[in-house]
Structure formats: structure tokens, C-alpha cells
Design a binder for this molecule. Sequence first.
Ligand code: FCB
Length: 468
Amino acid sequence: MTDQSPLAFPPGFTWGAATAAYQIEGAANADGKGPSVWDTFSHTPGRVRGGDTGDIACDSYHRYREDADLLSSLGLSAYRFSVSWPRILPDGAGQVNQAGLDYYRALADALLERGIAPTATLYHWDLPQALQDRGGWPSRETALRFADYAAIVAEALGDRVAQWITLNEPLVVANNGYRTGVHAPGLRDAGAAAAATHHLLLGHGMAVAALRAALPSAAEVGITLNLTPVRVTEGADGSAAALERARLITEASTNGVFLEPVLTGRYPEHALPAVLPPDSLIEDGDLATIAAPLDFLGVNYYQPTHLRAGDPGDLRRNEETSIAGVDGVVQYRPAGLARTPMGWIVDPEGLYELLLRLSKDAPGLPLYVTENGCAAEDYVNPDGVVDDVERVRYLHLHLDAAARAIRDGANLAGYYVWSLLDNFEWAWGYQKRFGIVFVDFGTQRRIPKASSAFYADVAAANAVPPLP
Ligand code: FCB
């Protein structure tokens, strides 16, 4: 028999929603903002679905009060937004654009007035184009400039913002931005990606030092990583050793490349040589800088990675090559699990496993789920309602997994749903909707979806109802 009582979250648990500057702000050229790599990329034909850009997006730059009202009407306790680096430093370095700082101070004030704690991410992928022109993340200089920028924002917002995230998903920046080129700046260069990996980590470590120097001692500083539990499905054909090898390599080359240097000051032993930076780029002291103690770890969870025996040279339906490159092993999507319109599998147990594993590997380090959510085929029905039953179910399953993880020992302090608003979903443009609030991009009208009412109820109860 299943337990029919709601699963409670600990008192003081943070209930938040997340967004990112380029995905929602619009105002791409307003008030002295400089161009970012995403402005350039989205304006390059063929890079983003439908030629969509973030020029206007949700226009949250002008509508931030309305968006703060939305957060408040949902009873949420925190809002994770990102600061646009080129709004603060149009050339990436040097001259500060005061209007940019003023915007984020006004946003933070609007949140605080409504009892919502601001959580600022310093880098959610919108590198100033001027810095990309000087080499971007593959260049060490970008790490230094990131620390300068962190200090400037901390000076301006330190009296208002208590929780700080240096980078969002550096793995995606290195991989999608520099290795596969599906994100800005669109390079396809494995060497550049490996160099970017080190300089992202170094930039994180240097920014931690800069933030500590500029912020009140009570401020919390962390990083957000996208992490994926790696699962293997054992076959009956004696493939166990190959699968275990592929698991170790995949784990190290995805999660480990960022998690291990940050937590332990070492690059992971089993990572593929191609994803690791060459020794020549790692200067004395870099790894100690990167491993500066953190106040929390931000975890973005969307789906696990599954491996099974198979022939990478003769892929079957639902299979793809595994980055591990081990003979006889393929990555695949289990047929029995639901998928979102992104093609991502819905697997809440992955979140449960991840939170418990991290709490074991980094004892005492508070965790926040800084992103979790799903795309759905949302539409306004004839009653004017967006009844996103798929998202309600997705959130229900994942919040249930988070509550069970806490019950079983995970050190989880908060959860931020991705996303508050439908927004510019990177290379997918406006085609994929992740919001708990629907945005009619033609009119900028916001329509809370059924999932926002569900989420507000969970936040108000500080408990998740039993699964149906
Ligand atoms: C994450 C990004 C976020 C959003 C979600 C769907 O990788 O951090 O901006 O695009 O995926």
C-alpha cells in the first residue's frame, strides 16, 4: 500500500523559479547594452529555428515589475535570474554601463519589496561579443575579465542579493558553444572546447574570490552544473566489463569534468583525454583557485544518460553513439519512459539518485535544484486556459522525488522550477515552451498555466501531495 499522506519539505525550504537574461529580457540594444555572442548567433541565418532572436523575448527588461508580481502571486520565496554581462560591460571589460547596474538593482528591489529573495547568476551564456572577438572562453583572459565583472556586480548588488551563482552549466558552454557549435558562438573545435573548459572553471574560481572580497560575509556563493546520472542496462552477453568502462568514462567526461575540479581540485582520472585541457594551460595554483570552498551547489536536472550493449556502427531505433567510444556500448533512450517535446526522457528517479549521491560525495554541502522542468505543447484552450497536464505531472513526479531524497538524507535546501515564463529556448527559439506561465509573444500577455497553480499549492503547503 502506498502512503497517502503528503511528503513534507523542511521548514525554510526555498521555493523558486528560474530564468536567464538572454531568454527573457529582450531590450537587446537598450540603454547602452553591448552585443553578446547570442545576439550575434541568433542574427546569423540558420542558427536558430525560425530565425528567432532574443531581441524582444518576454520583454522582461521593461516588464520586470509585472513578472515580480507573478512570482508574488504564486507565493514563491526566491527568483533566480541572470545578469547580462554586456549590459554591465558593453565591451566585456573597461567602461561600466551604469544603466545596466541600475536595472538589476531595480529588479532586486522589486523582488525584495514583494518578499522574494533574489538569486543572481552571473553567467548564463551571453558572453560579450567583444570578448569572443578576443578569443572567448578558450582564452585565459576571459577568466580574468569574468572575475572583474563579478566584482563590479557584487559591489552594486551586494546589499540586495544574498545568493550568487557564478556560472550556469559550463559543460553546455564548452560542448555546445565550442565543440558541437549548436550554441553561440557556434565553433566546432574540440581543442577550443577543452581550453574553454579550463578557463570557465578558472573564471568560476576567480569569481568566487572576487565575490567573497566584495560581498557581506553572510552572502552565499555557488555554481550551477547540469548533472546526469549515468545508468547501465546489463545485457546477458558478458558485456559487463565494457559497460562499466563506458559508465566510468561517460560519468567522468560529463559530470566529472566540472564537478571534480570544483569539489576536489583535480580533473577526473577516467575522462576522455579529448575533453580535458592540456597541461600546458593549467598554471600553478589554478586548481586550488577552482576548488575554492562553496556555500552550495546548484544542480540542473533534466534526464539521466542510459548505456547498453550495442553496435555503435549499426545503431538501432532510440540508440546513439556514446561519447565514451567503448566498443560494444551505445547510449539509448529506454522505450518505456515518457518523453517531452525536447525528446528528453521523464525519469524522476534520476533526480532522487543524483541528490543522494551528491550528498554522499560532498557531505554538508547544501544543494539547490536550480533548474528542473519540461517543455510541453502548450496552447490557450477555448476557455482561455492553458491546461498543461503534462507539466503538472512532470513537476509532481520530480517534487515527489526531491522530497523522498530529502527524507532519505539528501541535503537539499531549495528548488527552482525552469522556468517562470515561456522564453527563448536557445537554438529552438520560441518553439519550445518551458514556462509555468504562458507568454503570448505577440502581445506579451502572461497567462499562468495549470502548473503554476499546482506549484503554488506545493510551495504554500511546503509539501507535495501523494502521487495519483
Ligand atoms: C538548460 C539551460 C536553460 C534552459 C533549460 C531548458 O540547459 O540552463 O537556460 O534552456 O536547459
